[in-house]
Ligand binder design. Structure first.
Ligand code: BUP
Length: 457
């Protein structure tokens, strides 16, 4: 767009699951001719966030950095104990400090792309400044529908939540089993829920909702969101995923993966903010050992990385490490997951179904054994299963509800790794994902280019 590049400010929420899609979007927009400013909240919650932000700016020096120093976080209280949600609350309280930063942006901003979680603060500000605001959802279209419809579930007929029905009915969608709804959603007095409701209420004011998904992955839900069935007040919903990975140095552990045979390795990760109990970690180790498959396991024993101090030996025991030393790698720390999933040796992914992980598995056609632990992850696991990308053992429960035994885990891992039908279907999903986001006529490419064109007018 020579002479008239749109200037887009991106405003991610807290945590790697929210930052990663924004870093990807920043690189995608920049490579398509936009001027990009990335708003970086200071301080971050995790070390991973600050490290990735620094590396990102040194790799993309032409992307502007706008530091946004927020007010101090409140201490945890009875309705808000999660460090990432405590940060969301502090960002909301600090929004008045953002206004002068946005006003001083040069050239003036053509649009703000902000996190779905946080719309309640950014959307009114963008409206006040007459800057179009696109909200970026970091979850599935299906969970985004639930999120958008949440205020109505409480106001219209609270019996829908926990009444005699086993399902939540959202117009235009297949019923959502009550068991897939995040338990905090049943309690509107919790910060998590009241914040979600106020964010959902503001969505109609956004110019559009951008989704990191693609048409062929969630066709019915995307159609229902766009034809007004879910809510007639929603702005256009634009699936522009899977988001492209941004440039990042070659990760560690790839040389070990290089030595493994095609499709043989199970990759195990429960995302950047999920910690398992010690008992469950030991059973998972037992399961991986019993599966007989080589494995690469990203192990976390604490929610926030700076507090994750426990040694692998203490968590799993030396004898386990001795027995599996030629067959498995256990990492405490960060791996480059996208590169790992892109490797031909990876034959399956035990995943919590954080949405970025799901889209990365879809992009590379890697079968998923879904083990959702909290939040949007059960709804996402259902999407994974329906799209043919993976399998989900429903009775493994929410995280911490029970300890799943190693024997059962080993059996399911073997099942996933030997299921040829699943492997082929996952490969088809990978093909569809690549078409959507790489072909010039791909549905996601066209949607993104359409938005950029609108911003140049
Ligand atoms: Br851990 C880990 N390397 O070692 P999700 C994560 N990631 O690249 P989450 C790595 O972080 P929310 C690691 O590829 C994905 O892009 C991973 O996001 C990357 O889950 C991202 O999958 C994690 O959405 O976030 O972190 O639980 O709770 O917001 O879903």
């Amino acid at each position: 767009f020579p002479g008239k590049s749109p200037h887009v400010a991106l405003f991610p929420g807290a945590g790697m699951g929210h930052l990663t899609p924004f870093l990807r979007l920043a690189a995608m927009l920049s490579s398509r001719g936009c001027l990009v400013t990335l708003i970086t909240v200071k301080p971050t919650v995790s070390v991973a966030e600050s490290t990735h932000i620094s590396t990102f700016f040194s790799t993309y020096p032409h992307i502007n950095r706008l530091d946004f120093e927020i007010l101090p976080c409140n201490p945890p209280n009875s309705t808000n104990t999660d460090p990432f949600f405590i940060q969301f609350e502090a960002i909301s309280r600090s929004v008045h400090l953002l206004k002068p930063l946005l006003l001083s942006s040069s050239p003036p901003l053509s649009a703000i792309f902000s996190d779905f979680v946080g719309s309640v603060t950014v959307t009114p500000l963008a409206e006040h400044l007459s800057i179009p605001n696109y909200v970026v959802s970091t979850t599935s279209a299906r969970f985004s529908s639930l999120f958008s419809y949440l205020p109505f579930l409480f106001s219209e007929n609270s019996a829908k939540f926990g009444g005699s029905d086993n399902d939540v009915q959202i117009p235009g969608l297949s019923p959502l089993p009550l068991s897939t709804i995040p338990p905090p959603f049943f309690n509107p007095t919790l910060f998590f829920t009241s914040f979600a409701i106020s964010n959902a209420q503001i969505l109609p004011k956004a110019k559009g909702i951008l989704l990191n998904t693609f048409d062929r992955f969630e066709p019915d839900t995307i159609a229902a969101l766009n034809n007004g069935s879910v809510l007639s007040s929603l702005p256009p919903v634009l699936p522009i995923g899977p988001f492209e990975p941004y440039k990042f140095k070659k990760g560690d552990y790839l040389s070990w993966v290089d030595d493994q045979s095609v499709g043989s390795v199970v990759y195990v990760s429960f995302g950047s903010r999920t910690a398992m109990s010690k008992d469950q970690i030991r059973e998972l180790g037992d399961g991986l050992e019993r599966s007989g498959c080589p494995f690469l396991w990203v192990l976390k024993s604490s929610k926030v990385d700076k507090e994750d101090n426990e040694e692998i030996e203490d968590l799993l025991g030396n004898s386990f490490l001795e027995r599996t030393k030629n067959r498995g790698i256990i990492v405490k720390g960060w791996v480059n997951q996208e590169q790992i999933l892109a490797h031909p040796a990876i034959g399956g992914f035990i995943s919590h179904c954080g949405w970025n992980s799901v889209m990365e598995a879809a992009r590379h056609g890697v079968p998923v054994l879904a083990w959702p632990l909290h939040g949007d992850q059960r709804v996402n696991a259902e999407v994974v299963e329906n799209a043919g990308l993976g399998m989900w053992v429903r009775d493994w429960g929410w995280g911490g509800e029970k300890v799943v035994k190693g024997e059962e885990i080993g059996e399911k891992v073997r099942e996933m790794m030997s299921d040829e039908k699943l492997r082929n279907k996952a490969m088809e999903v990978g093909e569809e994902a690549r078409k959507a986001c790489q072909d010039a006529n791909g549905s996601s490419v066209k949607a993104l280019m359409g938005i950029i064109e609108t911003l140049t007018l």
